[in-house]
Design a binder for this molecule. Structure first.
Ligand code: GLU
Ligand code: ZN
Length: 554
């Protein structure tokens, strides 16, 4: 068979050769060990938190090794495409500080020397490479229609045979040049299939950077590498793109593990050096006692917009995802409390083989920690940014009381043990709302966290009324607190802790209880930052009016 002639017959207009492409996309000149990797989303617009995770890891590999991180748009499946799909994904990733060295921008414009980076525009490359494979006898045209493959499949199922295009089912494998010509003349469309040289009994061994040694069944199928529309399925696009973009580490989801054999056969046929793989298991969550994959359909937290709406700061999510990525991150963070997260070096060895566990309570903890280290101005700015989108009335209040709000957020911040009140901005109002007159409007005593198990209404009321009588805006915390210490004496509260502890039965409570009652009366909350600072910020009139309000409602 004259394969060269066959190739020209099938692709008369394709002039690009393998040599042309090798020259067009030369080996990269990078330092030893530099990792060239890529993120290759389909433009569905949906950005999964697992993708952000993978990107953070990939970005870290590339940056730490002085390598390259590429964004490639895999849009050959036109059904999955949505308007602005690329833009949404890029914007989502940028929010997490993921920027690519090469790829396409929000408007679909290429940057970098190894483009184009949009698969649907790479058709000439795929066609050239398919033609090349035909010309060396490694691929051939298949004129079978859908009907034939359905019929074969039914027979294979009935006979309990392997499903696929192989052996006697590979109808077009040995067509003669004349037969091909006749088919073309008859106007029949064709796909291109790879001539498989292996079989189902053969096993291959692959070293995966995350999974370690994998033993897999070899591919036995003459797989399609170019569809009838001359666009490639994933397998062929992967081989051509990753080779010509000079990628040296393919980080992708582990659903591709079963196709590795097929992919390696394509690389081999093309004469390409195989590329190292790192297969990332999907993120898991606990459901009852068992783990399951985080699902795009079932779990709101699968979508990155969830974090945005809830108001998780980007730094909190990034910090958390690093925790998830590498088991040694937490220890590193302990040792490097104030270090930039980008200083951490992620390694594939420390990644979970079975799927990292994602849990929201842990995210909340990490995020609280991260927010506790922000200065008040940053808390204000980020909270306002969130509120402008998701809580307009709160945004108005923040804007109208900017300096005051910053003072509020300053309480117990920048100290050795800063408060950890909030994990996300949608908790700000709940945690700090009582500082703002416009948000403080209790309508019933039920809204106050008074401890009625310990003290009856009358006692609480008496303490507050007494305090209204003596309250002054003090300049000194100690003077202010001295007053609170003595306030309850006449109602049976101890003004000395040692004395109280020696004979608690002799007292109604102690001065700490008095302070608690006043705290709740002024804020409705049992747990707040330092009450003296709160009173100072609220000012005399507001404090007294709140004390009166509490008495009224009691
Ligand atoms: N477009 C593929 C996906 O969305 C990318 C797989 C890969 O990274 O090779 O899953
Ligand atoms: Zn066929």
């Amino acid at each position: 068979m004259d394969y060269k002639k066959l190739a020209d017959l099938l692709f008369p207009d394709v002039k690009i050769t393998l040599e042309d492409l090798e020259k067009r996309y030369p080996e990269r000149k990078l330092p030893e060990g530099a990792i060239v990797t890529r993120f290759a989303p389909s433009p569905t617009g949906f950005l999964h938190i697992g993708s952000v995770f993978t990107c953070l890891v990939a970005d870290n590999f590339a940056k730490k090794s002085n390598g390259v991180f590429i964004l490639r748009i895999e849009d050959t499946d036109q059904n999955r495409k949505i308007q602005d799909g690329v833009k949404l994904i890029i914007q989502g990733l940028n929010r997490y500080h993921i920027n690519f060295d090469e790829g396409v921008d929000e408007n679909g414009k290429d940057y970098g020397d190894y483009g184009t980076y949009t698969q649907s525009q790479r058709k000439p490359i795929y066609m050239a490479m398919a033609k090349y494979l035909v010309s060396i006898g490694k691929a051939y045209p298949c004129f079978c229609d859908e009907e034939t493959s359905q019929r074969d499949k039914a027979i294979q199922e009935a006979n309990k045979e392997l499903i696929g295009y192989y052996g006697s089912y590979a109808h077009c494998r040995d067509l003669t040049l004349e037969e091909v010509e006749a088919n073309l003349k008859a106007g029949k469309k064709f796909a291109i299939r790879l001539r498989c040289e292996s079989n189902a009994d053969h096993k291959i061994i692959v070293e995966d950077a995350i999974r370690g040694t994998l033993k897999l069944s070899d591919n036995f199928n003459d797989v399609v590498i170019l569809k009838r529309d001359f666009l490639p399925p994933y397998n062929f696009a992967h081989a051509c793109d990753d080779h010509f973009m000079r990628v040296n580490l393919v980080i992708r989801g582990d659903e591709y593990i079963p196709s590795i054999a097929e992919h390696l056969q394509i690389f081999k046929a093309l004469g390409f050096e195989p590329i190292k793989y790192a297969h990332v298991a999907p993120m898991q969550k606990m459901e009852g006692n068992s783990k399951r994959k985080i699902s795009k359909r079932k779990d709101p937290e699968a979508n990155v917009t969830f974090y945005l709406e809830e108001g998780y700061p980007v730094d909190g999510v990034r910090e958390y995802l690093m925790n998830v990525a590498n088991s040694n991150f937490e220890e590193w963070r302990k040792q490097n409390q104030d270090a930039d997260i980008d200083d951490f070096v992620v390694t594939t060895e420390k990644m979970s083989k079975s799927g990292a566990l994602f849990d929201l309570p842990k995210l909340n903890d990490v995020s609280k920690n991260v927010i506790s280290k922000f200065d008040a101005q940053k808390v204000y700015d980020l909270c306002l940014e969130w509120a402008e989108q998701y809580d307009k009335p709160f945004a108005e209040i923040l804007k109208a009381n900017k300096d005051y709000a910053i003072k509020v957020f300053s309480i117990e911040r920048g100290t050795q043990k800063p408060r950890k009140d909030i994990a996300k901005w949608n908790e700000t109002k709940g945690a700090f709302g009582y500082f703002f007159k416009d948000l403080f409007n209790p309508k019933s005593v039920d809204e106050y966290e008074f401890n009625f198990e310990k003290f009856d209404r009358e006692t609480i009321k008496k303490v507050i009324e007494k305090y209204i009588g003596v309250y002054q805006q003090e300049a000194e915390n100690s003077v202010w607190f001295g007053k609170i210490k003595e306030l309850g004496v006449e109602f049976g509260f101890a003004n000395d802790m040692k004395v109280y502890k020696a004979n608690p039965q002799d007292y109604v409570g102690h001065y700490g209880d008095v302070a608690s009652i006043l705290r709740v009366a002024i804020t409705t909350k049992a747990n707040t930052p330092d009450l003296f600072q709160i009173c100072t910020l609220l000012g005399y009139d507001e404090v007294v009016s709140r004390l009166k309000k509490a008495v009224e409602l009691l």
